[in-house]
Design a protein around this ligand. Structure first.
Ligand code: ZN
Length: 225
C-alpha cells in the first residue's frame, strides 16, 4: 500500500479486502464515506451468503430431480423459489432467500438442522425447520397438516410456503409427472389452494403469483371453449 493512500484504494490490480466497519451500524447515512463502506460490506456479505446457500443446496440435492417428465435438476426448483422470495421482498430479506434455497434440505436430504444453523445462522435454520414436514407421519396426514397449520406459521414461513407451492404448480404445467393422472393433478391443485388459503395476507405479489400459477394449472387440464 502506497504511503498516504486510503486503505480502501484499489491499486496495481489488487483488490483490497473490504474490512468490517467499526462501531454500531444503525441509521447509516450514505453521504458519509464510513457508512458507504459499511453498506458495501453488508451487501457483499449477503451476496456471498446467498451464493454459498445455492452452492450447498446444489451439493445436498445433487442426485435429486423433479418428478416431471423433463426430470429437471432439483436445484432449479430451489432457485425458482429463492427468486420469487427475493423479488417479493425487494431483496430486503437475504436470510429468507437463503432459507428458500435450503427449504427442502431437512425434508429431502436429512441435512441436520444444527448444520444449517452453524453454517447459515439460527434464523435461517428456524425458517427451514418451520416449513419442513414431519416425515414420520403418513403422506396423507402430512398433507392434511399442511392445510391445517398454514395460518399458524410466521409471516416469513408463509411467504416461503406460498413461493414453494407456486413453483410446484408451475412445474405441473411445464412438465407433469408421467404417472400423475388428471384426477391426481386436479387434486393437487385443490390441495395447494387449500394450503394457500391459510397463507394469505402476508405478501400480495406472492399471492398473485400463486393465483396465476393455480389458474394456469387448471387451464392446462380443462380446455376453455
Ligand atoms: Zn420445495
Amino acid at each position: 500500500m502506497g504511503e498516504g493512500m486510503d486503505d480502501r484504494t484499489v491499486s496495481s490490480g489488487n483488490i483490497v479486502p473490504i474490512e468490517p466497519p467499526v462501531g454500531p451500524m444503525l441509521s447509516l447515512d450514505p453521504r458519509r464515506s464510513v457508512d458507504r463502506h459499511a453498506h458495501r460490506f453488508n451487501a457483499m456479505k449477503d451476496w456471498i451468503m446467498v451464493l454459498k446457500a445455492a452452492d450447498a443446496a446444489a451439493r445436498w440435492h445433487v442426485h435429486q430431480r423433479r418428478k416431471g417428465a423433463a426430470k429437471e435438476p432439483y436445484i432449479n426448483h430451489l432457485l425458482e423459489v429463492a427468486t420469487l422470495i427475493a423479488e417479493a421482498t425487494d431483496g430486503e430479506d437475504p436470510n429468507l432467500v437463503v432459507a428458500a434455497l435450503l427449504h427442502d434440505a431437512i425434508e429431502d436430504c436429512e441435512v441436520p438442522q444444527e448444520l444449517i444453523s452453524e453454517t447459515f445462522g439460527a434464523d435461517v435454520a428456524g425458517l427451514v425447520a418451520e416449513v419442513t414436514d414431519d416425515k414420520t407421519l403418513e403422506k396423507a396426514e402430512r398433507k392434511k397438516r399442511q392445510v391445517e397449520s398454514a395460518h399458524k406459521k410466521s409471516a416469513r414461513a408463509k411467504m416461503l410456503k406460498l413461493a414453494d407451492k407456486t413453483s410446484n404448480l408451475r412445474a405441473l404445467v411445464a412438465s407433469p409427472a408421467l404417472d400423475w393422472s388428471v384426477s391426481r393433478r386436479l387434486e393437487y391443485i385443490k390441495w395447494a389452494r387449500g394450503v394457500a388459503a391459510g397463507l394469505r395476507g402476508t405478501n400480495a405479489l406472492l399471492e398473485n403469483q400463486f393465483d396465476e400459477a393455480a389458474r394456469a394449472a387448471e387451464r392446462s387440464l380443462v380446455p376453455t371453449l
